[in-house]
Design a protein around this ligand. Structure first.
Ligand SMILES: Nc1nc2c(c(=O)[nH]1)N[C@H]1C(S)=C(S)[C@@H](COP(=O)(O)OP(=O)(O)OC[C@H]3O[C@@H](n4cnc5c(N)ncnc54)[C@H](O)[C@@H]3O)O[C@H]1N2
Ligand code: MOO
Length: 399
């Protein structure tokens, strides 16, 4: 048997994506309330204080100067401030969120207070400033609230609202063309003969891209003809920010995509030490990146999750690094030859990471029970139960 030429490692391919690709889309204004899911195109700075004013962190008593007992005089609630200051020897009943009256030295929690005949006494004097949320202690004008490249989550919108930042600069949607190739393919929903296969890569990729805010163009299913594939790829590259193809990436007679990239553009990498997903490649046509995924749907899932998401997110403006995953004990035994990064569908169970049934590169039956991928390093030849493996949850593997 002849020696196999060395293939590029997954980490090297991820490094090439990081080095070569960053934001490509215009930055446009958007209303903050509608910007969840968008990527910030500029750093965002505060113009106001958070909290806006000193307020109480607890239900209790705002103490005036003195050591007690304090004469109770007035009440402050959120939205109902106490008029005037608190005098020496006096205390104001105060509720969480209420403005702190001028003259307050500290706020005593009501659990530690005794009230009798209009007077408050405390076993212990709280330290100066206790239980007061100070104006600007979280954010001051000029502070950077969020950095450029942050994908806004629903969680972020509350802070933007608090700070009165109702317009933000975001990246316009990444324009992505999706193409499939294969004489055997029929669009989802079609009837098929024995020699035909449903294009199941398309819905998988379209949904993942749409969820990332991309403007997806559903390109045609291409026949296995070099001239047609060449023209379709060149046309798609002309008016998109990214082209993604599936199939025709291997070394067979009908595998035309790598030839088009090599002869009409540039091939950045092709064929990785990765299983499944070995035939994956990335190139450019007229400067537009073209990600060539393999045909097998399971290999598409792996290569898009590991490489495609990094590429798409970086092009869309996100300041994101490769997925890290989490080390967890394996609940299975596994042997593999050294050389490839093995990626297996899995899930977290009571004894650690489990493999799931029906896993194969050729179909997606395993998606019924898997919740992430298990990655096993190139140099490793075996995994014993209890040994650590890397788990990459489908939705949460990003630093
Ligand atoms: N001599 C070698 N042969 C193969 C190698 C190799 O290294 N040397 N790699 C194998 C691996 S790994 C994979 S993965 C496949 C992928 O090759 P291609 O990217 O060229 O894909 P195709 O051969 O065109 O198709 C593979 C398989 O996937 C089905 N398919 C294609 N498109 C779709 C789609 N849109 N939806 C659902 N299923 C699809 C297609 O019908 C084939 O069954 O090559 C190995 N061979
Ligand atoms: O990527 Mo292929 O087996 O790795 O399906």
């Amino acid at each position: 048997m002849s020696a196999r030429p060395p293939l590029l490692a997954l980490d090297q391919a991820l490094g090439l994506i990081e080095d070569r690709f960053g934001p490509v889309t215009a930055v446009v204004p958007a209303r903050a309330a509608e910007a969840a899911g968008f990527v910030l195109g500029a750093d965002l700075h505060a113009r106001s204080l958070l909290p806006a004013a000193d307020n109480s962190a607890v239900d209790g008593y705002a103490l005036g100067p003195g050591h007690g007992p304090w004469r109770l005089n007035g009440r402050a609630a959120a939205g109902q401030p106490h008029a005037g200051p608190v005098a020496a020897g006096e205390a104001v009943r105060i509720l969480t969120g209420a403005l702190v009256p001028a003259g307050t030295t500290a706020i005593a929690m009501q659990e530690y207070a005794a009230v009798e005949d209009g007077y408050l006494s405390l076993a212990e004097l709280p330290p100066p400033g206790a239980n007061i949320r100070r104006a600007g202690e979280a954010v001051k004008p000029g502070d950077r609230v969020f950095a450029r490249g942050t994908r806004l989550r629903p969680l972020h919108l509350g802070l933007l609202a608090d700070l009165g930042l109702d317009e933000v600069a975001v990246h316009a949607p990444l324009r992505v063309a999706l193409l499939s190739s294969g004489d055997e393919l029929r669009p989802a929903g079609s009837a098929t003969a024995a020699h035909q296969v449903i294009d199941s890569n398309r819905p998988q990729l379209r949904a993942a891209l749409t969820r990332l805010g991309c403007a997806v163009t559903d390109g045609p299913i291409l026949p296995d003809r070099r001239d047609v594939i060449t023209e379709a790829l060149l046309a798609a590259a002309r008016d998109h920010d990214l082209v993604i193809t599936t199939a025709g990436m291997s070394v067979g007679d009908e595998d035309h995509v790598p030839v088009v990239l090599r002869t009409r553009g540039e091939m950045i990498f092709h064929r990785l030490a990765l299983k499944p997903g070995r035939p994956v490649g990335l190139g450019t046509l007229g400067g537009t990146p073209v990600l060539g995924l393999p045909g097998n749907p399971g290999a598409v899932a792996v290569t898009f999750s590991l490489l495609g998401l990094l590429l798409v997110r970086r092009l869309a403006g996100e300041a994101v690094r490769p997925p890290q995953g989490f080390p967890l004990p394996a609940a299975f035994a596994y042997d593999k030859p050294a050389g490839d990064r093995a990626v297996l569908p899995g899930r977290i169970g009571p004894d650690g990471v489990e493999r799931v049934a029906r896993q194969a590169a050729g179909n997606l039956a395993w998606t019924a029970t898997a919740t992430g991928f298990i990655a096993i390093e190139e140099t490793r030849t075996s995994v014993a139960p209890g040994e650590p493996v890397t788990f990459l949850p489908f939705d949460g593997a990003w630093p």
